[in-house]
Design a protein. Structure first.
Length: 79
């Protein structure tokens, strides 16, 4: 055990630190890339949801207008 401790010189520790830093930089870059991809996908999903909402509003508005027109027609025929 004692021989191992003596073998860890400042140079070796600096070298290990550089290698670890490079690994962390790669992981950081990967995470940033994944975030960008996820954000792009979420934007596409949000736009699809917005489109569905618009379609539902149009259909609902059309159904209400049809109902009102039919109801008004029914009242008009009763007068």
């Amino acid at each position: 055990m004692e021989a191992m401790r003596k073998a860890w010189t400042d140079e070796r520790l600096d070298d290990m630190n550089r290698r670890m830093e490079g690994g962390f930089n790669r992981v950081d870059a990967d995470i940033r890339s994944l975030r960008a991809e996820m954000n792009a996908r979420f934007e596409r999903v949000e736009s699809r949801i917005d489109e569905v909402n618009r379609t539902m509003l149009r259909l609902g508005g059309g159904a209400i207008a049809t109902f009102v027109a039919g109801f008004a027609g029914m009242i008009a025929t009763q007068l």
